[in-house]
Design a protein around this ligand. Sequence first.
Ligand SMILES: Cc1cc2nc3c(=O)[nH]c(=O)nc-3n(C[C@H](O)[C@H](O)[C@H](O)COP(=O)(O)OP(=O)(O)OC[C@H]3O[C@@H](n4cnc5c(N)ncnc54)[C@H](O)[C@@H]3O)c2cc1C
Length: 533
Amino acid sequence: MAPDMRWWGWGEDASARHAPPDVIAWFEGELGPLNARGGHVALDDVRLDPPELPEVVRSRFAEILRDDRQARVLHARGKSYPDLIRQRAGDGAGAPDAVLTPRSHEEVRAVLDACAAAGVAVVPFGGGTSVVGGLEPLREGFSALISLDMGALDTLELLDERSQLAVVGGGIRAVELDARLAERGFTLGHFPQSYEHVSIGGCVATRSAGQASTGYGRIDDLVVGARLAAPAGDVDLRAQPASAAGPELRRLVIGSEGVLGPITQVAVRVRPLPELTRYEGWMFPSFGAGAEVLRRLEQEDIAPDVARLSDEVETRMGFGLAGLGSVRATALGAYLRARGVAHGAAAIVGWGGGEDAVRSRRETAVEVLRDGGGVAIGQQAGKAWVRTRFAGPYLRDELMDRGVLVETLETATTWTQLFRLYRAVGDALRTHAPLVACHISHVYPTGASLYFTFMAPARAGKELEQWGEVKAAASRAIVEAGATISHHHAVGRDHARYLASEVGETGVAALRALKRELDPAGIMNPGKLLPPG
Ligand SMILES: Cc1cc2nc3c(=O)[nH]c(=O)nc-3n(C[C@H](O)[C@H](O)[C@H](O)COP(=O)(O)OP(=O)(O)OC[C@H]3O[C@@H](n4cnc5c(N)ncnc54)[C@H](O)[C@@H]3O)c2cc1C
């Protein structure tokens, strides 16, 4: 985690971007008048219990241990709306008793051994960006809990250029890895919206997907080896291009969310840095028409690397955020009206690679985009998306300051079921929140993801109850539709109760058995992934 990460919000003060007045005015048009600026309590006013780490652990790891206020508060939670509501209100209940930052796999092992012997729970901490309660310090019967900050395991241990393979420490941040790879002409190609802060181990533990995952693949597709420090022993899965040596244990490490042990090393596939990238905007008459085009592109194996399609509400919001709230009055508005897509759905598509490859891939895709009713709105829209692609979370802080409940959730299903799911989740959200927007950002031959953003005036002092109601309604709609409870945010604490409806009771029992075997004392990230009970 970056040392300057805001403990009450997103990112760092130095990088914070502020929404101009016309953007705030656009939200007021949708949500009604927003409050004057609220904010957060001072760090000194966060309520913390005294640290209670057993002395035997404390003294042994004094060199890599912090239990000062800042470290404990920063590591107490992730970055979901309820996490930030509690942080801002100064609720530090349950904060880790200490933060330990091991510098090697061996040191991780020593910490785990000591914690297992002393009955101390361990929560691995990567970039601290979980949005599903994955970092919640749940003690579940343990008298003490540490946050195991993986940030010092940040080496690029090997770059095998010929095999296009890198071996890295589990705590390395994605931006740092890409910077080091770029020096030698490579990239991982994994860009979640939280890219500026995530760690690679955290991405693997949560099965993340990036903005270019349609082209590069999700993290699942990029991991070719991993080292897991389970309390019972190491699971060392060497990088293999493919294997038939029994069930694929690598797949059990990917998505293990810290409950089996810390991932201390990861081997990933890397690609040459693209010579050029080209991103551009398209408008479709409707979300349905655009989705049909994405389906065709993917199934005909000609999908761009980035393929994102906003529904009509998100498109309107996008114009609002670009300062084009009254787009209808602009030249762009006239152009869109003339082509019958002024109230439609916007898409961003993008390609990377050599000049010839980008040109020919684009030409093939453009035929399908046009055939499906798409109207090109040019590279300016693509460039604007690239400029602002990581800015959304700063806007969330600002809206929260003004008393707005603002949260996201995501799911995925087959192409056949996609619009039934879209309507069911949208309807569930709209009974609680006046502004509900959605996009498709990851497409597969058999289906696609849906990512919802919802906003409502927050009920002051009752924000957590309000969030709980809307989250439960949406989760129920997802489960009833037979869709996945998470396409890329993971299970954490918030989705654990829905896991059985997705993988079945026997599936849950199999995961419990695996945990018992690898973590017999149950110290690893209690209360996450597996349903209570
Ligand atoms: C604004 C915002 C935008 C986001 N956008 C995306 C997106 O586009 N795509 C996406 O997939 N997700 C997204 N997320 C969710 C989050 O960024 C991802 O889940 C990310 O992969 C978490 O990585 P991290 O390093 O921050 O892990 P953390 O948040 O630190 O940890 C997440 C979970 O993994 C465990 N863990 C962390 N490191 C390790 C390790 N080395 N070994 C074992 N367990 C570990 C933790 O205990 C925890 O349960 C977003 C979150 C935010 C706040």
